[in-house]
Design a protein around this ligand. Structure first.
Ligand SMILES: NC(=O)c1ccc[n+]([C@@H]2O[C@H](COP(=O)([O-])OP(=O)(O)OC[C@H]3O[C@@H](n4cnc5c(N)ncnc54)[C@H](O)[C@@H]3O)[C@@H](O)[C@H]2O)c1
Ligand SMILES: [Zn+2]
Length: 372
């Protein structure tokens, strides 16, 4: 099989490329080496001879047509990924994420091609807040927390029906999508475009909603995304680690090798066609807890400090219900958080020490009244 990976030079893309090459696939990468993500605007030496690289923007129709020649399957990863940044680069995020995906499907609809399968990297962000349990109303899906609520430091969402305390539970794929950021809205748009056009063109499609992916190879330079990257640079520099809200907000951290497994299962398994699957570790970890784990793993001296700052559009909790992907694709996460963080930390320490970009990114948000 010949596989096209858009955004294949990025974090998940490179990890996937190594794995698919080992399995004997031919890989073509289309990537523009976006400067916000890449300091070295090239593939690693050991990939250069093994993959075909098209250095182009995913929005470039002619390059896309060239990239699709003789390809059997596409893994569509190219995207802008900064949640907060998306709130003021609205047209750009729509262009790169939604419009470029529309164009990909438009090319497939209007020219002969050999594509049998498309796997889309979507995101848990399309859910907004995850699923919660109310003692009276059962499973509920609270909306985004209001600016007023956040201002009064009422961090936890409440039951949308009775206003009572609710507890986060695993979020299933059938949860009502409720994107709380422009990034999330563009990921949701990608899902619809690929699913609807794929169906009508007779192309098998699978949508994977990744939780927070971490691991070796993640960009250490993009200040707009990747909490573990951002924290690791500050820990290495001996800087303070500002933890938003009360530190009890949680995420589902999944190791990139588990994500690569899920993509391969989706790509190679007909049972995945037409499916939408969560990909995560299936367990919540608070931001304060992960920050402490990372300080320990990197041998840092400064403990994280809770600041009670907050950003509009951030969710409180979301973690994956993995029932669907376990049953249909036999997916099981393999890397425990403790092992994964240790491996991530030793990789980080082998990398050049990047500049810290967090303060500047946060200043930008404050100026725009998107952070307090
Ligand atoms: N990493 C996560 O935690 C996570 C979580 C949910 C979803 N995802 C999704 O997974 C996909 C891959 O994410 P990643 O973590 O590997 O990100 P990444 O930023 O490391 O990789 C993205 C790649 O896309 C390329 N790219 C960006 N804009 C492009 C353009 N206009 N034209 C061509 N190439 C372009 C970049 O150069 C980069 O190599 C994205 O679609 C993202 O939305 C990631
Ligand atoms: Zn209730």
């Amino acid at each position: 099989m010949n596989i096209l990976i858009t955004g294949g030079a990025g974090f998940i893309g490179q990890n996937l490329t190594y794995s698919l090459l080992k399995r004997g696939f031919k890989i073509r990468i289309l990537d523009n080496f976006s400067p916000q993500i890449h300091v070295i605007r090239d593939l690693p030496d050991d990939l250069v001879d093994q993959v075909e690289l098209i250095r182009a923007d995913v929005r470039d129709r002619a390059a896309l047509i060239q990239a699709l020649a003789d390809i059997d399957g596409i893994v569509h990863l190219a995207a802008e990924t900064g949640t907060a940044q998306s709130m003021y680069q609205i047209a750009h995020y729509n262009d790169v994420n939604s419009q470029a995906t529309a164009q990909l499907m438009d090319v497939l609809a209007n020219a002969p091609h050999s594509i049998k399968k498309i796997v889309l990297a979507s995101s848990r962000s399309i859910y907004g807040e995850g699923a919660y349990d109310c003692k009276v109303h059962g499973i509920v899906y609270p909306g985004a927390r209001s600016a007023v609520q956040l201002k009064s430091h009422q961090w936890d969402p409440v039951c949308p029906h009775c206003g009572d305390v609710i507890t986060a539970i695993p979020t299933p794929e059938v949860a009502r999508p409720s994107p709380a950021s422009i990034y999330a809205a563009t990921k949701y748009a990608q899902e619809d475009l690929i699913r609807i056009a794929g169906d009508s063109l007779g192309i098998g499609t699978t949508i994977l909603r990744f939780q927070n992916v971490y691991g070796a190879g993640q960009s250490l330079n993009n200040p707009y995304t990747g909490i573990l990257s951002i924290f690791s640079t500050r820990i290495r520099r001996g800087m303070s680690l500002p933890i938003f809200e009360d530190g009890q907000e949680s995420r589902d951290f999944v190791h990139v090798s588990d994500v690569v497994c899920a993509i391969e299962l989706a790509l190679l398994n007909d049972a995945a066609n037409g499916g939408t699957f969560n990909v995560g570790a299936g367990e919540p970890t608070s931001v304060l807890q992960i920050a402490n784990m990372l300080v320990d793993a990197l041998g840092g001296k400064v403990r994280p400090g809770v600041t009670a700052q907050y950003r509009l559009g951030d969710i409180r909790h979301c973690y994956a219900d993995l029932s669907e992907i376990r049953t249909k694709l036999k997916f099981e996460p393999q890397i425990s958080l403790i092992k994964g963080i240790e491996a991530f930390a030793s990789w980080v320490l082998s990398q050049p020490l990047p500049e810290d970009g967090l303060d500047k990114a946060n200043e930008e948000l404050k100026k725009r009244k998107m952070m307090s």
